[in-house]
Design a protein around this ligand. Structure first.
Ligand code: UD1
Ligand code: CA
Length: 453
C-alpha cells in the first residue's frame, strides 16, 4: 500500500512574534518543517504533501526539497480545510498520515506503528496523557472504552475537560475514508473552523475501527507555539543526543554544554570538553580529543588527533595524530595530513598541509600546498589575493620559512629551501637555496638618542 504524508504548515504562528513563518524557525540548526520532512522520508512515503498559507513563498524557498507537492491554503479555515487542499492529489487506494510542521520531534518508530495499524483497516490516532491537558482536543471514549470522538477544548463540557488523554493531531487512515469524510465536515462550532478532528466521530458512525497509539516520549508530540516551547524542545533533543553519545562510549565533560546540529559520528574513546558545537556532518576518529569552546562543522578528524580549546573548523579534513589550536581557525578546503600541526592564532583556507608539517603560531596560510616536514615560522603570511584574483603558494618538502615572512603569490619554493626571517618572497626559490629578501642591517657607531627640548 502506498503511503502519502500530509504536513500541515499553513498557520501563522503569531505567538512566535516573528517576521519568519513559524515552521522555518530552527531546532538543532534545522527548520522545524525540515525535521518533519526528514522523518516522513524515512517512512518510504510515496509523496509528501505540504499545506502552506502564511509566508508560503518563504517556506518554499527555505525547504529546497524537489519531491514535495506544495498545496496552498489561501485562507486558514481549520485543520480539516487544510487537509482538503491536498486530497485531490492522493489516490483512493493509498494510506494517509497527517503530520504538523510545528511538531518537529516525532520518532520514526512511533509513526511506523501508527501507519502499520492502518494497513489493518483502522483509523489510528496518536494520543497522549497529559497532566495538564489545557488547550488540547480531548479524547472521548465510549462505555466500551473505544474512542468515540475528539472534542476541542472550546467546545467541551466541564466534565469533558477533565479528560487527560488528548489528541496530538497526528493520525493515519485510508485515503478512501478521508475522501469520503472530508466533505462531511462542517464549521458549526465555537471557532467556526472545519475541524479535522470531527472525522473521528464520523468514522465511528460509519462503523470504522478507531485505535490509539501513544508515543514513547511526550516531547515527540509537543507542538511549538512560542520561542519558550521551541527552546524546551531544543534542550530535550540535545539532552537525548548527549545521553546517546555517552552510552555509545563518548566522554562528555558536561552533557548540558554540547550542541549537535546535524550528525556526529565517532570512534572509541572520544573526549569532548565543555561548550562545543558540532554542525552538519562531523566524524571523529578513535581517541580524538576536543578541547573546550570548539565549533566544528562538516569536518573529519582522524584518530588520535587533538583539537585544543577555542578552535573553529569548517569543511576541513584532519588526518590522524594532528594537533590543532588552541585558537586555530581552519576554513573551508583545509586538509591537514598525518602528524601535522596548526597552532595558536593560525588561519588556513584552501590549504593542504603535508605530513609532519607545522604552522605553529600567528600565521595566515591560504591557497597553499605544503609538502612534508615543512616548518612555517611565526607570523608568516601568504599574500594570496591582489584585490581581484587569488593565487597559489607552493612550498616543497622540508622547506623552512623564517618568521615574519610574506610569501607573495603566485610563488613556488623548492624542496629543502630556507627563507630568512622577515623576507618578502616574490620570486621562485629553487631546491636547497637560501633566500633572504629584506633590507640589510646597518649598525651606526656612537648613536646619540634624541633629547627632550
Ligand atoms: C489541534 C487539534 C487538537 C489537538 C491539537 C494538538 C483540530 C481541530 N484540533 O488544535 O485536537 O489537541 O491540534 O496540538 O485539529 N493549520 C493549518 N491550516 C488551518 C489551521 C491549522 O495549516 O487552517 C495547521 C497549523 O499551522 C498548525 C496545525 O494545523 O500547525 C494545528 O492547528 P492549530 O490551530 O494550532 O490547532 P489547535 O487548536 O492547536
Ligand atoms: Ca496548536
Amino acid at each position: 500500500m502506498s503511503l502519502h504524508v500530509i504536513i500541515l504548515a499553513a498557520g501563522q504562528g503569531s505567538r512566535m512574534k516573528s517576521d519568519q513563518p513559524k515552521v522555518i524557525h530552527k531546532l538543532a540548526g534545522k527548520p522545524m518543517l525540515q525535521h518533519v520532512i526528514d522523518t516522513a522520508s524515512q517512512l518510504d512515503a510515496e509523496t509528501i504533501h505540504i499545506v502552506v498559507g502564511h509566508g508560503a513563498e518563504t517556506v518554499k524557498e527555505t525547504i529546497k526539497d524537489k519531491h514535495i507537492n506544495w498545496c496552498l491554503q489561501a485562507e486558514q479555515l481549520g485543520t480539516g480545510h487544510a487537509v482538503a487542499q491536498s486530497i485531490n492529489a492522493i489516490p483512493k487506494d493509498a494510506d494517509v498520515l497527517i503530520l504538523y510542521g510545528d511538531v518537529p520531534l516525532t520518532s520514526v518508530d512511533t509513526l511506523q506503528e501508527l501507519v502499520q495499524s492502518v494497513e489493518r483497516k483502522q483509523l489510528s490516532l496518536l494520543t497522549v496523557n497529559l497532566e495538564n491537558p489545557i488547550g488540547y482536543g480531548r479524547i472521548i471514549r465510549c462505555a466500551d472504552d473505544n474512542i468515540g470522538a475528539i472534542i476541542e477544548e472550546k467546545d467541551a463540557t466541564d466534565e469533558q475537560r477533565l479528560v487527560n488523554e488528548v489528541n496530538t493531531g497526528i493520525l493515519a487512515m485510508s485515503a478512501d475514508a478521508l475522501h469520503r469524510y472530508i466533505p462531511l465536515l462542517s464549521n458549526s462550532n465555537a471557532q467556526e473552523e472545519y475541524y479535522l478532528t470531527d472525522i473521528i466521530e464520523i468514522a465511528v458512525k460509519n462503523g470504522d475501527c478507531v485505535v490509539s497509539h501513544q508515543p514513547q516520549f511526550e516531547q515527540e508530540v509537543q507542538g511549538v507555539n512560542n520561542r519558550l516551547q521551541l527552546c524546551e524542545l531544543e534542550c530535550w533533543h540535545q539532552s537525548r543526543i548527549s545521553e546517546q553519545l555517552m552510552l555509545a562510549g563518548v566522554t562528555l565533560y558536561d552533557p548540558n554544554r554540547i550542541d549537535v546540529r546535524g550528525s556526529l559520528e565517532f570512534g572509541r574513546d572520544v573526549v569532548i570538553d565543555l561548550n562545543c558545537i558540532f554542525e552538519g556532518h562531523v566524524r571523529l576518529g578513535d581517541g580524538v580529543q576536543i578541547g573546550p569552546n570548539c565549533i566544528i562543522k562538516n569536518a573529519t578528524i582522524g584518530s588520535g588527533s587533538i583539537i585544543h580549546a577555542n578552535s573553529i573548523i569548517e569543511d576541513t579534513e584532519v588526518a590522524e595524530n594532528v594537533n590543532v589550536g588552541p585558537f586555530a581557525r581552519l576554513r573551508p578546503g583545509t586538509k591537514l595530513s598525518k602528524g601535522s600541526k596548526v597552532g595558536n592564532f593560525v588561519e588556513t583556507k584552501k590549504t593542504i598541509v603535508g605530513e609532519g608539517s607545522k604552522i605553529n603560531h600567528l600565521s595566515y596560510v591560504g591557497d597553499a600546498i605544503l609538502g612534508t616536514n615543512v616548518n612555517v615560522g611565526a607570523g608568516t603570511i601568504t599574500c594570496n589575493y591582489d584585490g581581484v584574483n587569488k593565487f597559489k603558494t607552493e612550498l616543497g618538502d622540508g622547506v623552512f620559512v623564517g618568521s615574519n615572512s610574506s610569501l607573495v603569490a603566485p610563488v613556488k619554493v623548492g624542496s629543502n629551501a630556507t627563507i630568512g626571517a622577515g623576507s618578502t618572497v616574490t620570486k621562485e626559490i629553487e631546491d636547497e637555496q637560501l633566500a633572504v629578501a629584506r633590507a640589510k642591517q646597518r649598525n651606526i657607531d656612537g648613536w646619540l638618542r634624541p633629547v627632550k627640548n
